[in-house]
Design a protein around this ligand. Structure first.
Ligand code: NAI
Length: 306
């Protein structure tokens, strides 16, 4: 069955080019009305122009789709609120939010400034928080919402020179984990995309042949799946060059140590068992960790907990 978005309203941030542009165009092709948000700045977040967003609107209109341009800086809550108001005035609802806007300020941790660190957090983390917050009550009232946050392998696994960016990209996973729980009752699903694509962000970092394979269009199906009616929730979906994979945070089965071994030396002596991947599991909520720890302890102590 073809997945479509007829009657749905989507906001895609940073949609003037690169991945966001591709997501927005495909959503529009499949029936969504789309807000093309873009500040139009350079890769490091300086400058700004409304041209990029407007040209994507023109592309969508030329295909017979519906779109409007918006130049809000996602890091500025007042501008984000105005963007959501513009959307509500025009179309009366927000079904889909794709948090995609982003910048880079790469430097080793030793050389990087705290100003750059805060700016990157502001755009990626607070930009995602601002847009999500401005849509949250609308989605709750509609009892429908599909939200994507854009993470990165840099956040999930680390990347030299990207401590600021990696921190921000992992932070949005934390946001997702809690909002998936808080939104469940209102049919709000929230997922994370971990893309790898040839865009101006990665130009010069990837060999040309690989760059040509890593088109934004090969990533977009992942986003479209994650914002569809039957989407999963709280999933991290990696995508690039037409390949797709799910990333998971797991906890090992772990073990309880006897009181006399509850020391750093005891942990060192049992490290192989504590860190063994055998029996590792994805936990669905923070409290599950406490339950598991207590279960191991009560078993070890031979006591029953209610
Ligand atoms: P891009 O630089 O081509 O596009 C990002 C867009 O966001 C630009 O059009 C820019 O004007 C806009 N933007 C930046 N700051 C903004 C702000 N404060 N408010 C509104 N718009 C703003 O980058 P690309 O590669 O398309 O990246 C899209 C997203 O995917 C980003 O969040 C990026 O961190 C993420 N990502 C990209 C990867 C890649 O391989 N290209 C890898 C992992 C994550």
């Amino acid at each position: 069955m073809t997945i479509r978005y007829d009657g749905k309203v989507a906001i895609v941030t940073g949609a003037g080019q690169g991945l966001g542009r591709s997501h927005a165009i495909e959503l529009a092709k499949r029936g969504a009305k789309v807000v093309i948000n873009d500040l139009g700045g350079s890769k490091d977040g300086t400058g700004g122009s409304s041209e990029a967003a407007q040209s994507v609107v023109a592309e969508i209109e030329a295909m017979g789709g519906e779109a409007i341009a918006n130049g809000a800086n996602v890091a500025n809550y007042d501008e984000v609120e105005a963007m959501v108001k513009q959307t509500m005035d025009k179309w009366g609802r927000v079904d889909i939010l794709v948090n995609n806007a982003g910048i880079l300020r790469d430097k080793s941790f030793a050389k990087g400034s705290l100003e750059d660190f805060k700016l990157v957090l502001d755009v990626h983390l607070m930009g995602t928080v601002n847009c999500t917050k401005a849509c949250w009550d609308i989605m709750r009232e509609q009892a429908y919402g599909r939200i994507v946050v854009t993470t990165s392998s840099s956040g999930l696994y680390g990347n030299f020179g990207q401590s600021n960016y990696g921190s921000a990209k992992m932070a949005v996973i934390g946001l997702m984990n809690t909002l998936a729980q808080e939104g469940a009752k209102y049919d709000i699903k929230i997922n994370a995309l971990a893309p790898t694509a040839g865009t101006r962000m990665t130009e010069g970092l990837i060999p040309e042949k690989a760059f040509d394979l890593l088109t934004p269009e090969t990533v977009t199906p992942a986003v479209l799946f994650l914002v569809s009616e039957d989407a999963p929730t709280r999933t991290i979906l990696g995508a690039g060059a037409g390949s797709f994979a799910v990333a998971k945070i797991v906890e090992t089965a772990g073990m309880w140590l006897k009181p006399e071994d509850q020391t750093p030396e005891g942990i060192a002596a049992n490290w192989d068992s504590i860190s063994s991947p055998e029996g590792e599991k994805v936990l669905n909520a923070g409290f599950e960790q406490t339950v598991r720890m207590l279960a191991l302890a009560s078993e070890g102590l031979g006591i029953k907990l209610d």
